[in-house]
Design a protein around this ligand. Sequence first.
Ligand SMILES: NC(=O)c1ccc[n+]([C@@H]2O[C@H](COP(=O)([O-])OP(=O)(O)OC[C@H]3O[C@@H](n4cnc5c(N)ncnc54)[C@H](O)[C@@H]3O)[C@@H](O)[C@H]2O)c1
Length: 257
Amino acid sequence: MLLEDRVVVITGAGGGMGRGIARAIADEGARVVATDLDQTAAASVASETGEDAAFLALTLDVTDAASVESAIARTVETWGRIDGWVNGAGAIRMDAALDVAPDEWDLQFEVNVKGLFLCSQLAARRMIAQGEGGAIVNIASNAGKVGYPRMVAYNASKAAVISITRSLSAEWAEHGINVNAICPGGVDTPMLRSCAEWLTGRAGGDPVERVQEMAPDQLGRHIQPHEVGRLVAFLLSDRAQLIRGQSISADGGDTPY
Ligand SMILES: NC(=O)c1ccc[n+]([C@@H]2O[C@H](COP(=O)([O-])OP(=O)(O)OC[C@H]3O[C@@H](n4cnc5c(N)ncnc54)[C@H](O)[C@@H]3O)[C@@H](O)[C@H]2O)c1
């Protein structure tokens, strides 16, 4: 198994993608710390990881340093260490560029950028104190490369994640911490469905058809969260040592760069 006994913390684990990531890393033998803003959602992730999996559910708000520190302390109390960290929490507010309100912009940057950086920083401090390296995987988005319409703030926030990934990889390599990002697209989660509903509300059409249209063309179907999770598991593992500072598109071919 790729992650036998490694302790891996996931933020946003209660969401669609986070659940798939939890399942995939548990399948690879990791001890899973499922965290989310929503405590009930975090606790319910246990049903994805299987009865035998080592599992801890914690409340964690990525925008609140005290909350992140407390989750790190609880993890270390329970399992003594942190080997991997997955920044999965994310927020999206769709709107035409002409209509974006400052608070919508701020929310997406608070969660997707500042929160992700804060978590990475605190996780890396812990890994450096342990002295045995580690791995961080950021969930960016193909939106950070493409620039989709009606998503200007989200696109920009995910482009920032791609940039942060490069910076942290370069700075923390000397501590043995490998930092990469995955850029998914068309993954079957509540976030995707909320985008389809938003578009239907503004531009009409059938919400079910809208969701279908968001499936990656070459693949001909939506991506399932645990498929992204398998890539996350690989990037957390020692086998990914050659891949550093990358933001890899995992969107069924929609963004071949
Ligand atoms: N679904 C897709 O097709 C897709 C594509 C590209 C990227 N992504 C990214 O994947 C990640 C997961 O998205 P998803 O589709 O599973 O969405 P989701 O809405 O199902 O899950 C997001 C989770 O993040 C949590 N969250 C929000 N704010 C938080 C905060 N301040 N602190 C802690 N947790 C918080 C939510 O409670 C939720 O459980 C996000 O970063 C998203 O931007 C999704």
